[in-house]
Design a protein around this ligand. Structure first.
Ligand SMILES: Cc1cc2nc3c(=O)[nH]c(=O)nc-3n(C[C@H](O)[C@H](O)[C@H](O)COP(=O)(O)OP(=O)(O)OC[C@H]3O[C@@H](n4cnc5c(N)ncnc54)[C@H](O)[C@@H]3O)c2cc1C
Length: 460
């Protein structure tokens, strides 16, 4: 027999868990289903663990270069992978357990551990981890099932051992030679951190440049920093075959071969929508398997919503969390909101970081409207000079007719924080002159943003 709920949330990702709590607090009897780790990708195998590794990698880098700041570190700097992993495990366990406790302790929430799938439009079957199955139905169902790493179907793949972001974070030994396939932010973050840990790192890039969706100057700057640190980029390469080689892997790139002690695939992610019975709900996913929604994140089927990476409206923790906020505003708080107007922003956590909001320079050029642009090297920023970390630049594009900021990018020390100056002024829909006239604190990265805006010139 089916148990009735007011709401069912499938998946406890960045949107699902807070949504379940909010719905329950509004008096709705809510079921939440998690088949693996509470907190989902970000907490367990995404943002949080990788950023603890970025912190360890930076500590190694700073120690190696401490002499430049007059600090003597005796002997070679080495890392202890087991301790780096143990520290990561401790940090993520705190978050994961926190999410589980939060859900279990919220009145009106029932937690099910198992795999949920639709059996009809408003019915869900759960294969429970406790060996029992459960049938539930609800008026409102929210899909927050996230994504998983893509593994390429290259010849020989079934004979080798390889890594994704998840297994890579379980290593307790330092890879001797890590080969990474991919050129996106996940690939680059892993490349720099393992190079800084002391591995030899080779990155295989199918095209001729990194970060294909970003401006050329951004990609070139990041490549320059990583190459200087010893990451070896091989552009225009495609794996044709893989085979075991001792404890490692031999990779054929056409007629050429390279051997890796560890192979990491970071070529993209695929939505977890292929095994949730969407056909029984009457939802047809689009080509990459994403679920189309309107601006309020409603699917085409009444009473079913999709939030987080699966709706294709951003693939970040902050977009998933914002999806939750928008759904909660509409359903619980009685405040009409939608995601159509939100301004996209994100960061790549290489060091120095790259952060971006709104349109890129390429997008502004393609758009064709009269625009202004300003760029400034980080060597102009006092904070960067004082730290001896002057790599990178800031860039901003402005609509020449309205004086509104169209987009901004910072590759440089603390760019991931300073970008919020732009995010906030764009969200306030104020002209750039408001920001230009603000008084900022010295000596920070943000203090140079008004100066940057003073350099605006027509984009030609
Ligand atoms: C290596 C890496 C680094 C990243 N770093 C960043 C970063 O620095 N900043 C950032 O903003 N984003 C980052 N991301 C992206 C970020 O992790 C995701 O965008 C974020 O987790 C949002 O996911 P979500 O809410 O869609 O679902 P997820 O977090 O993926 O959670 C989905 C949950 O659903 C569960 N589930 C799936 N199917 C079922 C089912 N049928 N039944 C029950 N449960 C199910 C899964 O087990 C999972 O727990 C990173 C991603 C990766 C891989």
């Amino acid at each position: 027999m089916s148990e009735h709920f007011d709401a069912i949330v499938i998946g406890t990702g960045q949107g699902g868990a807070p949504l379940a709590v909010k719905l329950a607090q509004s008096g709705r009897k809510t079921a939440v289903i998690e088949r693996h780790l509470f907190g989902g990708t970000c907490v367990n195998v995404g943002c949080t663990p990788t950023k603890t590794y970025v912190a360890s990698a930076r500590a190694a880098h700073v120690a190696r270069n401490a002499v430049d700041l007059g600090v003597i570190v005796e002997g070679p700097v080495r890392v202890d992978m087991a301790r780096i992993k143990a520290r990561k495990d401790e940090v993520i366990a705190g978050s994961r357990n926190g999410v589980e406790k939060w859900l279990r302790n919220t009145p009106n929430v029932t937690v099910f551990k198992g795999h949920g799938r639709f059996t009809a439009v408003h019915s869900i079957h759960i294969d429970g981890h406790d060996g029992h199955s459960h049938d539930l139905d609800a008026d409102a169902i929210f899909i927050n099932t996230g994504t998983r790493a893509i593994v390429p179907q290259v010849e020989g793949i079934e004979r080798i051992s390889y890594h994704t972001n998840s297994t890579m974070l379980e290593l307790t030994e330092l890879p001797e030679h890590l080969v990474i396939v991919g050129a996106s932010y996940v690939a680059l973050e892993f490349a720099q951190m393992f190079r800084r840990f002391g591995s030899r790192v080779t990155v295989l890039v199918r095209g001729e440049r990194l970060l294909a969706r970003e401006d050329h100057d951004v990609a070139a700057q990041i490549q320059k920093v990583l190459s200087r640190e010893g990451v070896d980029f091989r552009f225009g390469t495609e794996m044709s075959r893989v085979e075991p080689a001792g404890k490692g892997v031999r990779i054929a790139l056409g007629d050429e071969f390279i051997t890796a002690s560890h192979l990491l695939f970071a070529i993209g992610r695929t939505p977890n929508t292929d095994d949730i019975g969407l056909e029984h709900a009457g939802i047809v996913p689009n080509r990459p398997g994403l679920i189309d929604t309107d601006g309020q994140l409603r699917t085409k089927v009444d009473g079913i919503w999709a939030l987080g990476d699966v709706n294709g409206r951003g693939a970040f923790t902050h977009t998933s969390y914002n999806d939750y906020e928008v759904i909660a505003s509409n359903l619980v708080d009685g405040e009409a909101r939608n995601v159509d107007g939100r301004i996209m922003c994100y960061a790549v956590f290489v060091d120095p970081p790259f952060a971006r909001v709104g349109m890129s320079e390429d997008e502004v050029r393609k758009d064709g409207r009269p625009a202004l642009i300003a760029t400034m090297p980080m060597s102009r920023v006092g904070r960067a000079r004082e730290r001896g970390e002057t790599d990178g630049f800031m860039k901003v594009m402005v609509d020449a007719a309205t004086n509104k900021i169209l987009g901004a990018a910072i590759v440089g020390i603390e760019g991931d924080e300073a970008i919020h100056t732009f995010i906030d002024i764009m969200t306030a829909d104020a002209p750039y002159t408001t920001l230009q006239r603000a008084m900022h604190i010295h000596p920070t990265v943000s203090e140079l943003i008004p100066t940057l805006l003073g350099n605006l010139k027509p984009l030609t």
